[in-house]
Design a binder for this molecule. Structure first.
Ligand code: ASC
Length: 148
C-alpha cells in the first residue's frame, strides 16, 4: 500500500496545473470572474478619474481595494490545459510566452497596489495617474494576449 507521502507525490507530479480546480472549465470561469470583479471595480474608479462619475472618496477607496485584491486572482486560472473550452479570448501566447505573460500579471498587481494606496489618500489628483497606469497595463496585456 502506498504511503500518504507517496500518494501526495504521485498527485503532485501527475495532475495538470488546472487540477486545483475540478475541471478546466472551472479554471476558465474562475479567471473570467476575477477579471470581471477587477474590471467592475477599476472602471468605477476610472469613471471618477475622468469626470464621468462624481468623485466619492469612500467608494473610490473601497472599489480600488477590491480591484487590488481581485488582481491577485486570475492567474491561478491560466494553468496548462485551460487554453480551450468555455467561451474565452485567451491567446495561445499566454502559454507559449509565459514569462512575458507573468510579467504583465506582476505589473498589474503592482499598479493596483499603487492605485489602492492613492485612493486611500482621498486625493483625486493622486488617483488620476494611478488609474492611467493601471489602464495602460490592462491594455498592453490585452493587446498581446487577448483575442479581439
Ligand atoms: C477597463 C477594462 C479594461 C481596461 C482597459 C484600460 O475597464 O475592461 O480592459 O479598463 O480598457 O485601457
Amino acid at each position: 500500500m502506498k504511503t500518504l507521502a507517496t500518494l501526495a507525490l504521485v498527485v503532485a507530479t501527475t495532475n495538470p496545473a488546472w487540477a486545483q480546480f475540478a475541471k478546466p472549465e472551472d479554471a476558465i470561469k474562475y479567471r473570467q470572474s476575477a477579471m470581471f470583479v477587477m474590471q467592475q471595480n477599476f472602471s468605477r474608479v476610472a469613471a471618477m478619474a475622468s469626470g464621468k462619475a462624481p468623485f466619492d472618496a469612500k467608494i473610490a477607496a473601497d472599489s480600488a481595494a477590491v480591484a487590488e485584491f481581485a488582481s491577485r486572482l486570475p492567474w491561478a486560472g491560466f494553468g496548462e490545459g485551460t487554453d480551450k473550452g468555455r467561451d474565452n479570448r485567451a491567446r495561445a501566447e499566454i502559454w507559449s510566452d509565459k514569462a512575458k505573460f507573468n510579467d504583465y500579471a506582476d505589473k498589474i498587481q503592482a499598479e493596483m497596489v499603487k492605485l489602492s494606496a492613492a485612493a486611500k489618500t482621498g486625493n483625486l489628483d493622486a488617483i488620476k495617474p494611478a488609474v492611467r497606469a493601471v489602464g495602460g497595463t490592462c491594455k498592453t496585456c490585452h493587446d498581446a494576449f487577448q483575442k479581439d
